[in-house]
Write a protein that binds this ligand. Structure first.
Ligand SMILES: *Cc1c(COP(=O)(O)O)cnc(C)c1O
Length: 383
């Protein structure tokens, strides 16, 4: 058994970002300044959109996207139940009601047919989540959105590199939200980004992201002479700092190298783990680009005769970190008590919630680490 614990989602940090952070510290410009602008510009070019606005998290990006899109109390926003809490919490923060949709069993993405069933006269927006990096069925989702005149806000926290039928994820909807949290495909420690082609949305997000100050206020500490700021709305403290952007400006150019490494790990896992009492992730769909964010196993609990939680304990007992993505949101106490959801509402998501385990899938994994994970999975199933 390996001696040291293999951390799940361990980020790969290299020398240039370490140097950049030190330089940033020495410069004294550790707040929101030139490095943030540089990172936004690089991301804007990467996604080929009009605007890219850096924030301190994807959660902030989702919240401000809700507000930019005019979501307000009484509105309904459709969200998959198979996602991280931040997706639905952002809807609640805007005062609206998250209306959950089941996922497809195989892709784990929002089921377009269930989506169509959940639309009411109060529905205003849809938040597709490209789960594990696999693009959602955007043809069907955009068609439904057009038919009912709904705003689409893509949660691309798993899907920076994803493409669907030749178009980049995050550019289908009016707004696309990204995360650079420690476990994500590129990292800034904490951090997020919103992209949009809509000038008005971009201005709203810029203003609301920094206290509600008029949009040029962040320049006020520069050397261009003092200017007073004006508070034009009641905003939030959601700005990214240069210390975070110092990481991002060096991580982004390596995004393809990291993706290629994870693709290789995916192939190794798929080859080594087939034939076990597990369901492995579906291969990437024809005509799409998978962002390879998570490698999720579904434990065949009937055949393996263990529960998922027993499997988790056996993995941790072998010094292998794991993740659970996710226990469906409608099973959590807040969503049950606030919105009346209950077990039985979303069968596919519940089926996955009981069986899913994510194994280490970072580009930092050495070849020996990959072998350790494979061995540990086999030992956990056949002790
Ligand atoms: C990580 C994650 C978020 C939140 O990202 P933060 O940057 O941590 O706020 C939102 N949605 C999904 C699907 C995520 O996995």
């Amino acid at each position: 058994m390996r001696k040291d614990f293999l951390v799940f989602g361990n980020p790969l940090i290299e020398q240039p970002e370490i140097d950049e952070v030190c330089e940033c510290l020495r410069s004294g410009w550790i707040g929101t300044a030139g490095r943030v602008t540089k990172f936004e510009e690089a991301f804007r070019r990467y996604k080929n959109t009009r605007h890219a606005l850096a924030l301190n998290s994807c959660t902030a990006a989702l919240h401000l996207s809700m507000l930019a899109a005019g979501i307000k109390p009484g509105d309904e926003v459709i969200v998959p139940t198979m996602t991280f809490a931040a997706t639905a919490n952002s809807v609640v923060h805007a005062g609206a009601r998250p209306v959950f949709v089941d996922c497809e069993r195989l892709t784990m993405n929002m089921d377009p047919e269930d989506l169509a069933r959940k639309i009411t006269p109060r529905t205003r927006a849809i938040i597709p989540v490209h789960f594990a990096g696999r693009p959602c069925n955007m043809d069907a989702i955009m068609e439904t959105a057009r038919r009912h005149d709904l705003t689409v806000i893509e949660d691309c926290a798993h899907a920076i590199e994803a493409e669907y039928h030749g178009k980049q994820c995050g550019t289908f909807g009016s707004l696309g939200c990204f995360s650079f949290y420690v476990t994500k495909n590129i990292v800034t420690g904490e951090g997020g980004m919103v992209i949009t082609d809509n000038e008005e949305y971009a201005n709203t997000i810029k203003v609301l992201g920094l206290h509600g100050m008029d949009k040029d206020a962040w320049k006020r500490f520069g050397d261009e002479g003092h200017r007073h700021y004006e508070i034009v709305s009641c905003g939030f403290k959601y700005n990214m700092t240069d210390l975070q952007a110092a990481l991002g400006i060096h991580q982004l150019p390596r995004i393809e190298r990291y993706w290629e490494r994870r693709r290789l790990i995916w192939q190794q896992y798929t080859k080594a783990l087939s034939g076990l009492p597990l369901e492995l992730p579906e291969p990437a769909e024809e005509g799409t680009r998978h962002a390879y964010h998570l490698y999720t196993l579904l434990i065949d609990i009937e055949q393996a005769k263990i529960t998922r939680d027993e499997f988790l304990a056996r993995m941790i007992g072998q010094n292998i970190g794991i993740g659970v993505h996710y226990i469906a949101l409608h099973l959590h106490s807040f969503y049950r008590s606030a919105f009346g959801y209950k077990r039985g509402d979303f069968p596919n998501a519940e089926w996955i919630s009981e069986r899913t385990v994510s194994i280490p899938f970072s580009p930092k994994l050495a070849d020996e680490d990959i072998q350790d994970v494979i061995e540990a999975v086999k030992n956990a199933l056949y002790p």
